[in-house]
Write a new protein. Sequence first.
Lengths: 635, 74
Amino acid sequence: MTTPSTPRAAVAPAKRTASVLLVGNPNVGKSTLFNALTKARQHVVNAPGTTVALAEGTWCTDCADVTLVDLPGTYSLIARSPDEQVAADAVSDPAHALAVVVLDATALSRSLYLLGQVARAGRPVVAALTMIDLAEARGIAPDATALSDALGIPVIEANGRNGRGLATLAEAVSTALVSPSFVAGVTRRDHEEILRDRLTDAQELFDWVESVGDAAVPASAPHSTVTDKLDRVLLNPWVGPAAFLAVVWGVFQLTTVVAAPLMDGVARAVSGPVADALSATLSVLRAPDWLDSFAVSGLLAGVGTVLSFVPLMAIMFAAVSALESTGYLARVAVVADRAMRTLGLDGRAMLPLIVGFGCNVPALSATAVLPHARQRLLTGLLVPLTSCTARLAVYLLLAHTFFPGSAGTVVFGMYVASVVLVIGWGLIARHTVLRDIRPEPLIIALPDYQWPHLRTLGVSVWTRVMSFTRKAGSVIVVAVMVLWVLQAIPVRGDHPIADVPVADSAYGAIAQGAAPALAPMGLNDWRIAASLVAGIAAKEVVIGALAQSYAIDDTNDQSTLGEQVRATVERTSDGAPAAAALALMVFVLSYLPCLATLAEQRRLFGWRWTAAAAGAQFAGAYGLAILVFQVGRLL
Amino acid sequence: MSGVFGAVMEQLANGASPRSAARTLGISLDLAAAVADQASRMGLVITAGSACGTCIPSSSPACAGCPFTGAKAS
């Protein structure tokens, strides 16, 4: 950095010029000090080669006109941002004659660590001690003289607001420019040497910080806080997991019980008044019937599906963001860490997997709690194996129909099977396509508990819901429209377009073509195949599609539907209906994610991973269902 | 790891917050917080704020690949 030539320099040739850095942690009064020292003699420049703005000003001391550079605040010279990198680069630049390091009297250790790093760079230093009045009020004010003795450099109490100590600081800087002062107890190291062994460097500097702090700061009695008391419970090896399950149950309830009426309300509004209004408009415009059907049953149904997810996503995002901002999510990660590490994940992966038992779509979005892309990917690929509530309706129908005496046990078994599949596929993925995932030690600097900031929460929820609506929504709408087209096109009989019995539609033809593939699992029936094809759109549709195929108008009458399904399966399974029903449940559990889940996976991980995972999942489900049937029929 | 840095790291690894680590070790909170911050910069520790959720939009390196920033996972 060069010192700008000024008229003042021209009229005062006897004075030398020098560049001095003002270095400090954020919010330590550094800029206040800069303004007080330079007054109006300052301007803003970009740091060399960057867009980071720096304030430079002229500070007139007794022996020199100093160009004072107000560096961006930082806690460390290991930079996290471009601003911090500018500070780190400036400190190691020998063009600057001196650094004035601002020490915060209320948080001296953090300031001392930065001072130690500046000293490591070999920069002569003068220290300005700020916030002394606050530190005095808290009884932790350091003794400036003792601090100066321990550091071996001038330490000046300075207050930019009232000007106290500024003259003394100017005097100290003038002296240091003539006779540089270096921090005692810190060995100078070059940049490469520090980079080679940052750990040793940090250990040495912190030991030095502790010894200087002990010499200059009065001891204060520790006291227990609310965070400490809560952590004694929530991090307890026994109580912690139970509390976690209770919280998860609450989130589960939010995603099912609370969101369900809202989703129904949106769906009813779209399929009711909105659909009626659209039909009426098209009728006024004399649109043909197929266009009315396409607009209402295709386009609007797709939009309705997307909109019906919005309340669920908003509630889910709000719950996850709130848990995170209170600091609880970090505790969950600590509690669940050991179990998840067997899969190469850490404790934070537990939340999305648990949420998946409510609905896979927000669970995928909840993978954002994981810090690494590969961990998000593995968790996101496992989420569809968690049995969402939509699949529960299928289990209940089949369990009550085929296992009336032990339906509850069978349904519970499906959830156990879901967990086993998650673990199994996780281990397979980790040892094949995701071998590079390493179970990293999870050390979290747990934050104190705090109330969520509502505005931040609102922005977070809004941003994420909009992202879902724009990206996943477009895929869902297109997919639902494709399904409509398949159901609207007649391939048999003399039916007009968009008024076709399911069996005679392209959709029905596909189902009839797919049905023989289900024979090895004892389910060679086009109606079952059709329901599974429709279930790709949404698992909620499986029961409705079965009912539609059996031409049952009242889908609430599950016993009648059950009898029909039982009669079909007894025929297709060659006398082993229970084994075939179990195979069907296992297949429904894992054959393919619904369209919304696929769309969300594509949005998060791209088509390649989504297609590969869906293919592998389908193949696994197919093989497993055949195995269940073939073994089951022998028992 | 040794010294006060190692002692704080051990506390964090056992699920302590910087505050409780400071209390247990009898050191100042800002010293424990400085250790946690420096360890985080060195990639040894995760700070809750740098993990997710609060990265709207993409405010930390941890947000790289986050779906909400528009970037794809590799």
